[in-house]
Design a protein around this ligand. Structure first.
Ligand code: ADP
Ligand code: MG
Length: 321
């Protein structure tokens, strides 16, 4: 099978066709006709085999995850996803792999009404790059920069499970059988918080998606917004798997420093808190208040009301050795 046959069979046959796509896959460029008076949010992410996912990750998971991490960035801006382009580099043309991979890509696209409008297919070490684009209403979007001292800090769902799954794969931690499938799913099939992000446009003062670990990403909000934070460790939402697999302080540390959660971390002014909680109830996604911002320009961790020190270096791709 040749490259163009692979593209035609596995990537050009998507069932949804959006009205704002004038021309999709097949020509030198895609053409879109965006809705007037909206901003277009654009984000690109690359996943490299062995760096961003373990080498034995299933093709379906790689497809799902490549789309999920980009939709998660759109969610963090409060954008509604619309179009994707997909650049894949493959060691060889493998039809089974391509079929499973494209199933992973399209399951999220179909759920969120996102159209794949183009891409590139090349040969080389396995890596996948997705560019996702979406809409925000004019002048209504979330950034990292709007948080104020006094705002409450919230996070969606549980954190640390994906990092726990990685530790398990690496053989550094034992996990009871009942929890294994759940945390593997958290690592392989993250759920971008697309609807939460759109609801938050009305209420949040700042938002970011957690890709490099909660502490590192909270640091981005704090430096962009020029604030500090008090993090209440007792409130960190930890799954049963986290609570039962690690001593509590290790679980907190992993929740703060482990990557790959793709949950949203956001801030809300005290005046908007109740309205935000009510509006988000419709999404069915759990949210937890994990602290409050101050003007200190530092992140402090509290346990039982007392300040505790936790070494919070997030995962770095390029660390000095
Ligand atoms: P060109 O050489 O002009 O860039 P290509 O042969 O790379 O064209 O691609 C042909 C068409 O297929 C283009 O519309 C391109 O966007 C699309 N395409 C290529 N690879 C992919 C892919 N992995 N997923 C989706 N569309 C793709
Ligand atoms: Mg090309």
């Amino acid at each position: 099978m040749k490259e163009f046959e692979l593209i035609k069979r596995y990537f050009a046959e998507q069932s949804i066709t959006r009205k704002d796509v004038v021309l999709g896959i097949g020509d030198d460029c895609a053409l879109i006709q965006p809705t007037e008076r909206q901003h277009i949010a654009i984000t690109t992410d690359t996943l490299v085999a062995g760096v961003h996912f373990p080498l034995n990750t299933s093709a379906r998971s790689i497809g799902h995850k490549a789309v999920a991490v980009s939709l998660s960035d759109l969610a963090a801006m409060g954008a509604e996803p619309a179009w994707l382009s997909l650049a894949i580099t493959l060691p060889e043309i493998n039809e089974h792999w391509a079929a499973d991979f494209s199933a992973g890509v399209f399951e999220l696209c179909e759920f969120y009404n996102v159209q794949l409008i183009g891409g590139d297919t090349t040969q080389g070490p396995l890596s996948v790059t997705v560019t996702a684009q979406g809409y925000t209403p004019y002048d209504k979007y979330l950034t990292r920069a709007g948080a104020k001292a006094g705002d409450w800090l919230f996070v969606t769902d549980d954190i640390g499970d994906a990092a726990l799954a990685l530790l398990y794969i690496q053989g550094s931690v034992d996990i009871e059988e009942v929890h294994q499938a759940n945390i593997q799913t958290k690592l392989d099939f993250p759920k971008p918080r697309v609807l939460v992000g759109q609801v938050l446009r009305e209420y949040a003062s700042a938002a970011i998606d957690i890709s490099d670990g909660l502490a590192a990403d909270l640091g981005h909000i704090c430096s962009a917004s020029n604030v500090g934070a008090n993090l209440i460790l007792d409130n960190l939402p930890l799954s049963l798997a986290m609570q039962e697999s690690l001593p509590l302080m290790d679980a907190y540390k992993l929740a703060l420093t482990g990557g790959d959660d793709y949950e949203l971390l956001f801030t809300v002014a005290a005046d908007n808190k109740v309205a935000m909680e009510t509006a988000l109830a419709t999404t069915g996604v759990k949210i937890t208040c994990i602290g409050q911002l101050d003007s200190s320009h530092k992140i402090k961790t509290l346990l039982n009301g007392e300040s505790v020190f936790i070494d919070m270096q997030g995962f770095e791709h390029f660390t000095d050795k």
